[in-house]
Design a protein around this ligand. Structure first.
Ligand SMILES: Nc1ncnc2c1ncn2[C@@H]1O[C@H](COP(=O)(O)OP(=O)(O)OP(=O)(O)O)[C@@H](O)[C@H]1O
Ligand SMILES: [Mg+2]
Length: 321
């Protein structure tokens, strides 16, 4: 059974929403940066639906070349093309009665998008070279780590298909915006990997935990999982120490503690605006002070009112702070 660990309110709301909509046949679009748990969320929807005992078929649209993707998804009849010596059912037929996960849907070619739209609208698939459509009853979940509305604007994704897929939208926040999740998830992964490796590790030493807290996790939960797995493997004591934590690169925006002692400077990176940096710093400070606004405002040297106004702005941007 899929278990999505979180202490973050926005995530809990998304999980609750996912479970609620699971019962319907509604198409679900799961958006989020790489490693935020999109596939996990898709499994959660399937497992909580009345299709749970039926197949859950996943296909990664980015990993398969266009012509192969077409025959994988829709199947083909014998003689449809050179090499089609027998006929073959596509994934949609295999998923009949269950759920199909179309991973990284933004990478699907526009011509196939049209075919997919037909499946959604008509509830039937056309095998390549097939003479008559085959009815299928499949729940569709699509994931993307790109902003699909942007892809529509750029003309690489069909607008009508976007609306068909986006009936229920689950946009997963990046790890750096989740309050408390670095702690919750790192403890969880310590347990998982200590068990797996037969080691006795009771937790994470405070210095190690603050290293994890200060990182901005561009690779999100997957990155955290890898870092903790490695830490567990190299740990020589019964708690994870700072030396066991190896991070890809230290985030320039999350170094409040380091900035305080003058060791490091907050730096700019291409694509990052001053507002982005400010938002990152504020959220990180809030995280560090476990959501306590008075302490956060004081630490940042701003009034509590300024802090409230900024948080209100972020909420308007859709963040749950
Ligand atoms: N909340 C969570 N609790 C426990 N494990 C999690 C959680 N979120 C993600 N994971 C784990 O992190 C890893 C990445 O998750 P997943 O593959 O679902 O992400 P994704 O968004 O599909 O990533 P990508 O965009 O790279 O395909 C998996 O090993 C998954 O089990
Ligand atoms: Mg994925």
């Amino acid at each position: 059974m899929t278990d999505i660990m979180t202490g973050d309110r926005r995530m809990r709301e998304l999980i609750a929403l996912a479970k609620t909509v699971a019962a319907s046949k509604a198409t679900v679009l799961v958006q989020g940066e790489s490693g935020t748990g999109k596939e996990l969320m898709a499994s959660l929807v399937h497992e909580n639906s009345n299709r749970a005992s039926r197949p859950f078929v996943a296909i990664n649209c980015a990993a398969i070349p266009e012509n192969l993707l077409e025959s994988e998804l829709f199947g083909y009849e014998r003689g449809a093309f050179t090499g089609a010596v027998t006929s073959k059912a596509g994934r949609f037929e295999f998923a009949n009665g269950g759920t199909i996960l179309l991973d990284e849907i933004s990478e699907m070619d526009v011509r196939l998008q049209a075919k997919l739209l037909r499946v959604i609208q008509e509830g039937e698939v056309d095998r390549i070279g097939g003479r008559k459509p085959i009815p299928v009853d499949v729940r569709i979940i699509a994931t993307t780590n790109r902003n699909l509305a942007e892809c529509v604007k750029e003309g690489t994704f069909r607008e009508d298909l976007f609306y068909r897929l986006n009936v229920v939208n689950l946009t997963l926040p990046p790890l750096r915006e989740r309050i408390g999740d670095v702690g919750v998830l790192s403890s969880h992964f310590v347990k998982v990997y200590a068990d797996k490796n037969g080691k006795t590790i009771s937790g994470i030493a405070p210095e190690a935990a603050s290293l994890l807290d200060a990182h901005n996790w561009p690779g999100n939960i997957r990155e955290l999982e890898n870092v903790v797995e490695r830490a567990v493997i190299t740990a020589q004591e019964t708690t994870i120490q700072a030396r066991d934590i190896v991070l890809e690169r230290r985030s320039p925006i999350n170094l409040i503690a380091a900035v305080d002692d003058g060791q490091e400077k907050i730096t700019w990176e291409p694509g990052r605006t001053l507002d982005d940096i400010e938002r990152g710093v504020i959220l990180e400070a809030l995280n560090y002070h476990q959501g306590n606004r008075t302490h956060t405002a004081k630490a940042l040297g701003i009034s509590i009112r300024t802090l409230r106004n900024k948080l209100a702005d972020y909420r308007r941007l859709g963040m749950n702070v």
